[in-house]
Design a binder for this molecule. Structure first.
Ligand code: SAM
Length: 252
């Protein structure tokens, strides 16, 4: 059923406020977004780094919000796109946006910490703008690597601090205090209360830390098309970083 612009506008208002600014039949869902035309302006900077043809591929969009990236992946021909988020308000927005865009996308309520329940690996996993909202960011990356990352990971995190990515040593002497004064050394800044008025902004990495966390969780960075965006491929996890929490192969 095709909705009129007035009907779309009415639904957009009823489902708001929106974080994703999506053009739904000429109606924009968040025209006053504090970041501008978001996430479209971000997407334009890295869209070229993802295959233009995703025919036959499966995609998991973690923290899908109103489904901007899910819709873009489906437009590229992905055979199956699953968007997950733990917030019903955003999932309702995503279902409506996909309906207006006439894209067949499944949206499910699921936390990133529970992705093991999916029991499925995906060719492309999108993990954009979620890491810094988590109290346990490395756990989430480990779980993504172990349970759902079949090949490509598209990752983004807010970053603050140094954008340098120095060569890191394999080990450092106990007496090396200077290391911790170097702003380019991997740093994950902890926000006890709020950042940008948002109490869910918990951890903000600098660039070296974002990259090191990806490697430590078993991802190889293959492209860095935008300051905060990394295209990765599932690789082997460093031996010393293998998770020790129970998983499917856990011993009794
Ligand atoms: C800043 S938005 C990013 C949305 C989108 N991925 C993007 O890059 O534009 C963060 C999203 O992550 C979701 N989120 C936060 N914690 C989550 C969790 N533990 N599991 C699943 N989704 C989560 C929020 O509900 C929100 O939709």
């Amino acid at each position: 059923m095709t909705l009129s612009a007035a009907e779309i506008r009415q639904q957009v208002e009823a489902l708001g406020p929106w974080f994703h600014n999506i053009d739904l039949g000429g109606v924009r869902t968040a025209p006053e977004h504090f970041l501008g035309d978001y996430p479209n302006m971000k997407w334009k900077k890295f869209a070229h780094a993802i295959p233009a043809d995703l025919t036959g591929k499966t995609v998991l969009d973690i923290g899908c919000n109103a489904g901007f990236y899910s819709i873009e992946m489906k437009k590229r021909g992905a055979s199956r796109v699953l968007g997950i988020d733990f917030d019903d308000v955003y999932l309702d927005q995503a279902r409506f946006a996909a309906q207006v865009a006439e894209e067949d996308i499944e949206f499910r309520k699921l936390s990133v910490y529970d992705i093991g329940a999916l029991g499925e690996k995906f060719d492309v996993v999108i993990f954009m703008g979620v890491l810094y909202h988590l109290r346990h960011p490395l756990l989430a990356l480990d779980l993504i690597r172990e349970h759902v990352a079949g090949d490509m990971l598209v990752f983004q995190s807010m970053q603050r601090g140094s954008s340098k990515t120095p060569q890191l040593a394999d080990n450092y002497p106990f007496s090396d205090y200077a290391l911790f004064e170097d702003p380019a050394f991997p740093r994950l800044h902890f926000i006890e209360h709020r950042y940008a008025d948002d109490p869910t902004n918990w951890w903000v990495p600098n660039a070296a830390c974002a990259e090191a966390m990806l490697r430590s969780a078993g991802f190889e960075i293959t492209a860095h098309p935008e300051a905060e965006v990394y295209i990765c491929r599932a690789a082997s996890q460093p031996e010393h970083a293998r998770p020790i929490y129970p998983s499917k192969g856990a011993r009794a």
